[in-house]
Structure formats: structure tokens, C-alpha cells
Design a protein around this ligand. Structure first.
Ligand code: PRT
Ligand code: ZN
Length: 293
């Protein structure tokens, strides 16, 4: 195999973040690609396909592309979950049920016998079956939020992120059917090929890096036990190793470094300072390859 073929959304909500992920992995995509469906990169043996998101799972399944990025909602609707290799932490949204604001609603069983418009009939069908609710699924191709106004349906099941669209159309969210984010797909047949394995581990390293911070500081050596406890509380989930510390010659200080969860930085900084840490430096991490990633 000469080149890894990667399928990305051509435009739309996942386009920019997908390009950024490639860029963070060191794959420089020529930005003069506008309107091109196929783009070569000059610094990595990679060929990019720019596609409609709905076409990406089929490209991977049919081995036209090796790797792809698409919303989990699309993959699950097309019932191709087996292609998912990694969650990517962007493109977060949910598939939710909503009804007109003034409709009286107590529980999900109130949808029994009602018409629900959606572009996600398979996910909705599974959800309703699990709850033993029989409803009439109205499969439409777009502008789902208009369906109640047009009397096409009594409720809708659509993607929500901020909730603004529902609000504008006088709809209220009553239940979450499916939680989604962008996922990395990989062609099952090719995933063990060396070049693809290397890229997959690079993508994981970049993803891990985003939620982690590298922290270093000086601390009185007699405080190290407390400091270790604080750091272990904040440690990156996948990091199995303890913090590292080095005594500084001819002083009562040690130098400490560790990788912690980005979300724990604020609280950790405070606790470290309370225990005598000085010259605390926090760095972003560019890539982080974990032993069990
Ligand atoms: O052209 P192409 O077919 O490639 O793209 P598309 O128009 O089908 O999809 P696109 O670009 O809109 O979304 C791509 C993916 O982004 C989706 O499959 C989801 O995984 C994810 N995503 C994240 C979203 C949203 N957020 C989102 N808000 N997809 C759609 N929406 C729409 C939703 O359909 C609704 O109309 O935004 C509206 C709701 O947004 P709020 O913020 O008002 O709640
Ligand atoms: Zn689409």
C-alpha cells in the first residue's frame, strides 16, 4: 500500500475540526484544494477524499478509503458501528425528541401512536422498540423542525446542539435518544497495515494531548508525599505511571513533573500552591502516546 486514503467531510460542521486534527498529526493538507474531491499531501503518504458526510461510512466499508471522520449519528443510522475505532471529542450533539411547546407531556409513553418526523429512522426505531412504544416514524429528508407546523408530525427526533433551533420553532426537548460526537472510522481489513497503525496511534496521541497538560514545579522535598497525592488525583486517566521528582543538589527542594487532566488544572494549581509548590509551569501537550492507548 503506497498511500493512506482518508475520507473527510467536504464542508459542514465537521470539516474544520477534521482538517485541524490532520494538521495536528503533521499532515499538511494543501489549502488550495477548494472544489477538489481528491487532494494529495506533500509531507505524508496520504490522499484526502472530501465527501458528503453520509457517504463516508460506505467509502470505508467498500475499502475505497482506509480512514474517515464522521458523526457517530451517521454511522449508527447506517448501522455500521463496527467501523468505529475512536471517539474524537468534537462535533458533540444529541439526537433528541421534541414536541410543540404547548403540548401537554408527562412521560415518554405519551408518544404512543403519535407521528414522529426524523431523518434518523433506524436509531429512532431502536429507541422506541427498547421502550416498547409504538409510534409512526415519518422519514423525511430535511427541515425536520418544520414538521409539526406543517402538520406532518406530532413530534420530531432531530439533532440538537445549542437548542436554538428548537427554541426558534417553539419546540421543547423531551428526551435524548442518542449522544453523538465525531468518530474515526477505519476499514477493518486494513487496520493492521503498518502505515495505518502508525497514523491511528498518532491520532490517539493528538487526542490524548488535547485533554492533558504537562505540569512542572519546585517543591520542598519534605512535602513530596502530599504533592504526590494531589497529582495522582488529577492524573490523566490513561497514565499508569506515578509523578517524577528529582532532588535539587544542595537545596531542600525537588523538581516535579507530571501529566494531568486539563479539567483538573484549576483545582490542582491551588492545592499545589497551598503545599509549597513554586515556579509552577503548565504546558499544552502536542502529542501523548500512552502505553495502553
Ligand atoms: O453536506 P453534508 O451532507 O456533508 O453535511 P450535513 O449537512 O449532512 O451535516 P452537517 O455538516 O450539518 O453536520 C455534520 C455532523 O455534525 C452531524 O452528522 C453531527 O454529527 C454533527 N453536528 C453537531 C450537528 C450539529 N452539531 C447540529 N447542530 N449536525 C447538525 N446540526 C443541526 C441540526 O440538524 C439542527 O438543524 O443544527 C440544528 C440544531 O442546532 P442547534 O445548535 O440550534 O441546536
Ligand atoms: Zn449529510
Amino acid at each position: 500500500m503506497n498511500k493512506i486514503k482518508i475520507a473527510l467531510q467536504k464542508s459542514g460542521r465537521l470539516h474544520v475540526e477534521s482538517l485541524k486534527l490532520m494538521n495536528d498529526c503533521g499532515i499538511n493538507i494543501n489549502v488550495c484544494y477548494k472544489d477538489k474531491l481528491r487532494v494529495l499531501t506533500n509531507n505524508y503518504p496520504v490522499e484526502i477524499f472530501f465527501l458528503r458526510d453520509d457517504d463516508i461510512p460506505a467509502y470505508i466499508q467498500d475499502e475505497i478509503a482506509d480512514i474517515g471522520i464522521v458523526g457517530k449519528n451517521v454511522v449508527c443510522e447506517q448501522q455500521k458501528q463496527f467501523l468505529i475505532k475512536e471517539k474524537l471529542g468534537f462535533g458533540a450533539c444529541r439526537l433528541s425528541l421534541a414536541i410543540p411547546k404547548y403540548t401537554i407531556y408527562k412521560e415518554i409513553k405519551d408518544l404512543y401512536g403519535k407521528r414522529i418526523a426524523t431523518t434518523y429512522p433506524n436509531i429512532l426505531k431502536d429507541y422506541l422498540e427498547n421502550k416498547n412504544i409504538y409510534s409512526d416514524i415519518v422519514n423525511i429528508s430535511g427541515s425536520v423542525e418544520m414538521a409539526p407546523d406543517l402538520m406532518v408530525a406530532d413530534a420530531i427526533c432531530d439533532i440538537v446542539s445549542s437548542g436554538e433551533t428548537l427554541f426558534k420553532h417553539n419546540l421543547k426537548e423531551i428526551d435524548q435518544v442518542f449522544i453523538s460526537e465525531a468518530v474515526l472510522l477505519c476499514c477493518t481489513k486494513n487496520e493492521n497495515k503498518m502505515l495505518i497503525k502508525k497514523l491511528l496511534s498518532r491520532i490517539r496521541a493528538v487526542k490524548n494531548a488535547k485533554v492533558n497538560r504537562y505540569i512542572s514545579f519546585y517543591v520542598p522535598t519534605n512535602k513530596l508525599d502530599e504533592i504526590y497525592l494531589i497529582l495522582l488525583k488529577a492524573k490523566s486517566i490513561k497514565n499508569k505511571l506515578p509523578p517524577m521528582s528529582y532532588p535539587i543538589d544542595n537545596t531542600k527542594y525537588s523538581y516535579v513533573q507530571y501529566i494531568i487532566e486539563e479539567s483538573a488544572v484549576f483545582q490542582t494549581l491551588y492545592s499545589l500552591e497551598m503545599n509549597g509548590a513554586e515556579n509552577i509551569i503548565i504546558f499544552p501537550v502536542q502529542a501523548l502516546a500512552m502505553s495502553n492507548a
